[in-house]
Design a binder for this molecule. Structure first.
Ligand SMILES: NC(=O)c1ccc[n+]([C@@H]2O[C@H](COP(=O)([O-])OP(=O)(O)OC[C@H]3O[C@@H](n4cnc5c(N)ncnc54)[C@H](OP(=O)(O)O)[C@@H]3O)[C@@H](O)[C@H]2O)c1
Length: 293
């Protein structure tokens, strides 16, 4: 297939481009600067449209755009988090509709479900509340033009992708090494995690499986609690992690982001992928961590 990827310079994008090329697909990258290679096409995600002809002969567009959600959540950062997702999704969906691309896969997040507590959420579950949940609802809604035009649109509701130096592991790793790492709050909140190998394999599976559309949860079949996750990172690093960081301290350190990122429970399962027969390489967190740490 001929595939165009937006957000290809990111963590998932780089791994996905490699995965797709190794599988024999032809990949072109949409870049927000002047193209510097034959496989690059320029675009302005805020413009609302993409030059006609850009998607000639393209079988699928994959959108992975979005500014980081880490950091102190100022009004400006929150605006950037939303705009960097919703505007590119709307621009791409409009162009996919206009230029007749058959397939659009759009990044999304398990944050859609809001705080699930101990209840299990799958793709049939409703949306939750909070800044991130509302952002994801609006992000997914921005793909409407492509859905209305009859393209196959899949919403890649991704959990925490495990990488050695970023996200939760990037925070925990140095702390655990110093002997001060521990669970957040009571540690009973769930984390829907996925290894990078499974993340990109699952995106390829959705791409190549014409029966898959709508929301698809990209997370391992067994979410773990924050306490289990922290202990597993400690085991992988050969350092015990038995401390806990009280909720008040987490909230002081992270502000509003504490309840949306660190203390939220996301007990989400990949029902659609499992029903479709996708085989995860990493179903056990310890195995996934052993491969990256
Ligand atoms: N990693 C995770 O654990 C995780 C979990 C859930 C959801 N997701 C979602 O999956 C997508 C990819 O994640 P990632 O971890 O690969 O993110 P990433 O490493 O931060 O990369 C995101 C890419 O988005 C593009 N981008 C950044 N700022 C932008 C802006 N203002 N406007 C338009 N595009 C912008 C950049 O690509 P270019 O420079 O090539 O344009 C960047 O490399 C994101 O939408 C993210 O929210 C990720």
């Amino acid at each position: 297939m001929l595939i165009v990827v937006a957000g290809s310079s990111g963590l998932i994008g780089r791994a996905l481009v490699t995965e797709l090329r190794e599988a024999g697909h032809e990949v072109r990258k949409l870049v927000r600067r002047a193209p510097a290679a034959d496989d690059e096409l320029d675009w302005d995600p805020t413009s609302g449209s993409i030059a006609s002809g850009t998607f000639d002969g393209v079988d699928a567009v994959i959108n992975l755009c979005g500014a980081p959600v880490q950091g102190k959540w100022t009004t400006e950062l929150k605006r950037r988090m939303r705009d960097s997702r919703i505007e590119p999704a709307r621009t791409l969906a409009g162009a996919v509709a206009e230029q007749g691309v058959p397939v659009l896969l759009c990044a999304s997040s398990v944050s859609f479900y809001g705080n699930t507590g101990a209840a299990v959420a799958d793709e049939t579950s409703g949306s939750g509340a909070g800044f991130l949940a509302q952002m994801v609802i609006d992000w997914e809604a921005a793909t409407k033009a492509a859905q209305d035009a009859g393209s196959r649109v899949a919403l890649l509701r991704t959990g925490l992708v495990l990488t050695p130096d970023t996200g939760l592991i990037g925070v925990l790793r140095p702390m655990i090494r110093l002997g001060v790492g521990g669970r957040f709050g009571d540690g009973r909140q769930y984390i829907a995690w996925i290894s990078m190998a499974d993340e990109v394999a699952a995106i390829r599976y959705v791409l190549e499986n014409p029966g898959l559309s709508g929301p698809v949860n990209l997370c391992a079949p067994e979410p773990v609690t924050n306490a289990e996750f922290t202990k597993a990172v400690g085991r992988a690093l050969g350092r015990p992690a038995f401390l806990s960081m009280p909720k008040a301290v987490v909230r002081f350190a992270l502000g509003e982001a504490a309840d949306e990122l660190a203390l939220i429970s996301l007990r989400v399962v990949p029902q659609v992928l499992s029903d479709a027969g996708f085989k995860f390489r990493h179903t056990e967190l310890d195995d996934a961590l052993a491969d990256i740490l």
